[in-house]
Design a protein around this ligand. Sequence first.
Ligand code: NAD
Length: 260
Amino acid sequence: MTAMNEEQLKICARWINESRKGVVFTGAGISTESGIPDFRSPGGLWERFDPSELSFQNFQSSPRSRRLYWEFYRENWRLSKDVKPNRAHLAVADLEKRGKLIAVITQNIDGLHQAAGNTAEKVFELHGNMWEVRCLSCNALYPWEEIFNDLEKGKEVEKCGHCGGLLKPATVSFGQSLPVQTLRDAQEYCKICDLLICIGSSLVVYPAAGLPELAKSSGARLVIINRENTPVDRVADLVIRGEAGKVMSKILRLLDAENG
Ligand code: NAD
């Protein structure tokens, strides 16, 4: 079923009501309303940066690629440092407060689910978090603000003060493996959930994009909320075409109405 009409939203609200073990899976599209562009839509960062140049292998082997990578992060931090959770993030946090969610799995690195009020231990960040900078060798943690300020002053990022290793934002680059335990946890939650709601993910980046099908084949209802088509729409039980914030706030209102 594809549409965004009252009936579709009501079905989603009813399924949330019936669910005991809901999971929300989010991509960059849930954060666009907060002012962080997704990468693939027009105006996104992939118009200005070539993802193939930002691979983990290049980062490790070439000082030129590292400079480009930090330039990319300076832009990312500039775009994201003052953003606030929007009504879609707040709706997801509200679902947790209502006891409807056992986990939030996200491809996002912006930390907005935690900022909206979701419990940090229930948020599984498949691609890491942009607000942490770590040494690739000894794992020492550095404050991102200091590095950002240095970059703004035109300074180069220095090596780790403890071991001389390379510093890197704690996010997963192309060619870098996903955090094994986080991915395992996410897969487990997808296997045991009874409802998976995917919001604003293009569902093209694997292995994360395989999670909705895993949930579906394990018996969960699958709802996809996106303003465009995704390759997983064909297996979904319900596809709601629309803006994440608007859709989620309408669903919450319907949920309130159902519960009197
Ligand atoms: P994507 O850029 O590939 O796709 C975003 C999807 O969201 C698209 O399908 C688009 O149609 C949809 N969308 C955009 N705005 C929407 C809205 N307001 N309402 C409903 N749908 C909307 O993003 P992705 O699938 O998450 O994969 C790209 C990777 O880039 C992510 O894994 C993530 O690590 C990274 N990224 C993260 C952020 C962030 O943390 N906010 C931002 C950009 C990219």
